[in-house]
Structures are given as C-alpha cells and as structure tokens.
Design a protein around this ligand. Sequence first.
Ligand SMILES: Cc1cc2nc3c(=O)[nH]c(=O)nc-3n(C[C@H](O)[C@H](O)[C@H](O)COP(=O)(O)OP(=O)(O)OC[C@H]3O[C@@H](n4cnc5c(N)ncnc54)[C@H](O)[C@@H]3O)c2cc1C
Length: 413
Amino acid sequence: MPAPAGPAPSPPEPLFGDPAFPPGRAAGLARLAHFVPRSGAAYAAGRNTDPGPDQPGAVSRLSPWLRYRLIDEQEVIAAVLARHRLPDCDKFVQEVLWRTYWKGWLERRPAVWSRFIEERDRQRDNPPDPLLLADAEAGRTGIEGFDDWARELVGTGYLHNHARMWFASIWIFTLRLPWALGADFFLRHLIDADAASNILSWRWVAGLQTAGKTYLATADNIARHTGGRFAPRGLASEAVALVEPPIGAAGPVPPAAPAPPPDPALLLVTADDLHPEALWTPGHPVAGVLVVDDPALLWGDRARGFVNAAMTDTAARLGAHFAATPSLRTGLDASGLVAVAEAAGVRHIVTPYAPVGPVADALAAIEPTLAAAGVALHRVRREWDEWFWPHATKGFFPFKERIPAVLRELGLT
Ligand SMILES: Cc1cc2nc3c(=O)[nH]c(=O)nc-3n(C[C@H](O)[C@H](O)[C@H](O)COP(=O)(O)OP(=O)(O)OC[C@H]3O[C@@H](n4cnc5c(N)ncnc54)[C@H](O)[C@@H]3O)c2cc1C
C-alpha cells in the first residue's frame, strides 16, 4: 500500500556540519522555527540526554544567537507559548530563564565578576599543575568522556548542558584543577561564551554559588544520559564545596541611565545586543549607526568569527531599518566614537545596555573621555531585563515563582 499523502516531513537540520552555527538573525529564527514544535514534552523528556555531537538531540542549540541577542529571550518564549501551553513547555521556559536569572544575579553582584578575573589571572600566573592543566585542555587525561568533551568543545565551540556540568565537576573534584581556569577554558572555546552563564555555572558546580551545594558527576549518571557512550572510572566519590570570603548582599539593579534624549543620536551596536532595532523607540531620530566589532572583548576565535559575521548581517539589517548607512568599526575606543559623533553632528550616543562583562567594562572605561568631549552615553535596557532582573535576589527557586506573573505582565500568557 502506498503511504497516505500528507505534509512532507521537515528535512533534518544540519548539526555540526557546515556550518553548525550560521551567524545572523535569519539563521537563528530558522532554528527557532524548527525547534518550536519540539519545545514542549519532547524537550522535557530528552533535554538531559547528550547523544553526541553528530546526533540530533532534544535541546535547541539556540545559545549562540541568544548570547549575542540576535534573537532574544522574549521572542523565543513568545514563539514557544504561541505553540504550547505553559505547563507543557515550562521546562524550556525555565531553562531560558536560567540565562535571564544569571544575568540579573550578576548585575546585582558585579564584584563576583571582578573576583573571577583576579582569581583567573592569579591561577594563570602560577597554575598548581601545568602539565595536568595542559592534558585536561587537550583531552589527554585518560578519563573517558571528559577527554571527548574537551576535544568536542575545542572542535565545535559547543557542549550539551549536561556535558558542561560533568566536565566542570570532573575538572574541580577529580582532577582538582582551579575552577577559574576551567571557566576560562570554556570562555576561550564556547561560541556562546557568556560572563554570567559560564562563571556562575562553574561556581554552582563548585559549591560557591549555593553555599555548600556542589554537583558531583558519577559514572552511572554519565552512562545513563550518554546512551552508554561513556562510563568513566576513577571519578571523585565526593564533592566537598570550595570556600571563599563572603560576597555580601545583593545590590539594586543598576539604573539604565541617563534616559535617551529627544535629540538625534548615534546608535552604537556592540556584541552584547545584535538586534537593537527591537528596542528603539519609534520616532526617536537616529543620526547614524555604528557597529563596533572589538575582538578583545570576546575570549575565543570561534566566538569572534561568529560575532564578526553576525555584525555584518546586523549592519545590513540596521541600514534597511533606519534608512542609514551603518559604519562598521574595529575596536571600541573613545576617540573613534567622538570622531564619529562629531561627524554625524550629535552629542548623544545610545547603546543597548551591556550586562556585567567585558563590553560593560569597556563602556565604563571610555565614558569619562566621551563626557569630556561633550558626548553623553545612554544605555537602553530591554523590557525583559527590567521586569525579571529585580527578582534575581536569591536563588533560582524564588525567581522561578515569579515567572508566570511576569510573563502575564509582558502579555505573553
Ligand atoms: C559549567 C557550565 C558553563 C556554561 N557556560 C555557558 C556559557 O558560557 N554561555 C551560555 O549561554 N550558557 C552556558 N551554560 C548554560 C547551558 O549549558 C547552555 O546555555 C546550553 O547548554 C546551551 O545549549 P542549548 O541552546 O541547546 O540549550 P537549551 O536546553 O535548548 O536551552 C535554551 C536556552 O536557554 C538558555 N539556557 C539553558 N540552560 C541554561 C543554563 N543552565 N544556564 C543559563 N542559560 C541556560 C540558553 O540561552 C539556551 O540557549 C553553561 C552551563 C554550565 C554547566
């Protein structure tokens, strides 16, 4: 009997082929559209399984586009909620909101970011076991799974969430390597390398984030969730939490001030938000668009390559959106920005709010020079962050309780 006619099955999406993560907003939206039908029960059932880099899995692999905000959390959740009811897709919604939560948590405790930089530099200058460190990064420890993930990370720029957790746990508790150097290794190779999501996840595994609560990778758990591909022997049998001096209470969410002026302004685009047209107030005059690619504000070449190509795509979109000819510049420097602002005849630069991390640090460093030249820098924050970050006060669970109410406020449910 011939098969009944029906809709043609959608072709399988390329995985780690060529290219696995095509840069650009259209590619992110296409991946989102492909994933949305699978974002309910299928995601909840399969998200913990890592079938390997060359196999289709249940997770979305949307993280590079979300990291640079080529697509943003709000539109991802809106697309999912347009297809599924909340109880059916709450696992996926919560995972996306882990990202928002980590960002908000770090905004309120920026000292954790500076403490990481100090600790990383201290450990880099004097690593406790340089040979073991080199073996761990090269995938030469002899630990099944761990060595494969090290090579997968370097080879693809991506790891499944569960592999990230196992890898971090083995790094800290079996190999007893410094957690900050593990976080640094991830930052140098992940395309989605992100200050908050990476550092706070490593701290969480180490028992620093939720004081005393660690994550211990076990051979049984790894075998179960890798379809039996790996069952490493000799893993640490206990995970004693690392300790650090107290970090102090959460501060307020920093203001996204000063408010943008009514006068024409230059729109400054950085790697931290490559879809800024979404937060531009209609009617607000744009005197020019400047897209700044600064490789020094990213950690690794894969991320740099992704962002560089994505910026070309963003500049083309912004040109059409604002009927302007965007300038693409390399390097975020004050004198260059002042020159572009003067050429455009403006005294205001508006930029999407950069959360704690290298871009925010670079903007803070150049702001006094801009001000001295009579150019004001205005940071505009997304509604999503304004609504959620105030709730990132303590752990994820109180934050999670607020999710349904905020989604209602945002008109998403
Ligand atoms: C040690 C460690 C380091 C990590 N470093 C990073 C990092 O540098 N950058 C990064 O974006 N994520 C990081 N994560 C979080 C998570 O592993 C990735 O976001 C996720 O694996 C990306 O794959 P996906 O898009 O298929 O996720 P999906 O499961 O499809 O989730 C959808 C989206 O939700 C967000 N998300 C999901 N899980 C988490 C999580 N646990 N924390 C924060 N956001 C999450 C991501 O934006 C992701 O794209 C890290 C996790 C660990 C344990």
